[in-house]
Design a protein around this ligand. Structure first.
Ligand SMILES: [Zn+2]
Length: 330
């Protein structure tokens, strides 16, 4: 169940040992990490071990599965004679109240409300912090950023999550921006998409209705995951589905490019790191996004001056960034 993970390069000096947990719709992943004291993402991070279990639906099941993952990481630390573990960070979908340590409405897991900090804390005997899953992944992606990038102390970095939904985590100087009510980064619900499809949030034309993972599957139900199939057929002029694949690709990439436009003009980040399930398509997807951004740059001297296509990068596909970032989140 557990596996060793190669060390990630990073300047870890005064080390702090933590456990991060990423609660997903299909799996719950944990990581035992060593980071700079205080959990500063600037200081680099090293993954000592990680573990993954399938996610089960139901409130008791979610608690049990998180406890299973945390306990496995506690055992790893004990076997390696490492310690003490400072605490546990949990990144979860749903509406998170980090101060109260609660999460509400994890739709994919049939969870109405959980007092995660209290329940997991009592079960494992460690302090537990709860964070929004996209924010946690943003911290993880930031900690693993290419060290050759020079990121100024106060510069912004954005993590754009192409997951089931579409949302962003925003960091300034390595610290998460939570806004005043926690809605910061919910760009998937900016209603500027031209098809005006109805969104479960009650609006029409949300970017998420075109570029969210569920929306892409709705537009291209013939393959799962849809994105690699869409890209392959859109780029094969002899394929009978080429034109329909091009149409869907244009819609999806257009909404992702709109999200990048909005993020650059509102946050002005040095880097936008793109992650989440759809981003696992990898470089071919990044190439399509760059192509669309360059097309927009050619049509506008203003957009060209923003250098949109130079700001985007893919999150590392082989690292548990959600779990790593959860461990850094407190
Ligand atoms: Zn919406």
């Amino acid at each position: 169940m557990t596996q060793a993970n190669p060390a990630i390069d990073g300047a870890v000096n005064a080390a702090s040992l933590r456990i991060g947990v990423d609660v997903g719709g299909t799996k719950i992943e944990g990581a035992l990490i060593e980071c700079g004291r205080g959990g500063d993402a600037h200081d680099g991070v090293r993954v000592i071990a990680n573990v993954r279990v399938p996610a089960r639906r139901g409130e008791r099941e979610v608690i049990e599965d998180i406890v299973t993952v945390v306990s496995a990481m506690v055992r790893e630390a004990a076997e390696k004679a490492l310690g003490p573990i400072e605490g546990v960070g949990i990144g979860t979908p749903g509406r998170v109240d980090s101060v109260a340590g609660t999460v509400e409405n994890i739709a994919n897991l049939d969870v109405a409300r959980l007092e995660l900090s209290r329940e997991i804390g009592e079960a494992v005997g460690l302090p537990v912090h709860v964070e929004n899953d996209v924010n946690a992944a943003a911290l993880g992606a930031y900690a693993l950023l290419d060290h050759s990038l020079v990121i100024g102390d106060d510069e912004a970095v954005v993590f754009l999550n192409l997951g089931t939904g579409l949302a962003a985590g925003i960091l300034r100087g390595g610290r998460l921006d939570h806004g005043s009510s926690g809605v910061v980064g919910e760009i998937g619900h900016i209603p500027i998409e031209r098809h005006r499809w109805v969104c479960p949030c009650g609006q029409s034309g949300c970017l998420e209705t075109a570029a969210g993972g569920g929306a892409i599957m709705r537009q291209w139900p013939q393959a799962n995951p849809p994105m690699p199939d869409i890209l392959a057929k859109a780029n094969d002029s002899s394929h009978p589905e080429c034109e329909s694949a091009k149409t869907v690709l244009h819609t999806v990439i257009g909404a992702i490019a709109d999200a990048i436009d909005v993020l650059v003009m509102t946050v002005d980040p040095r880097v936008i790191v793109i992650g989440g399930g759809t981003a696992k398509t990898g470089d071919p997807l990044l190439a399509e996004i760059r192509k669309e951004l360059r097309r927009r740059e050619q049509g506008s001297a203003f957009i060209a001056s923003l250098q949109l296509s130079d700001r985007i990068a893919l999150a590392p596909l082989d690292q548990p960034i959600g779990a790593i970032g959860a461990g850094l989140s407190w």
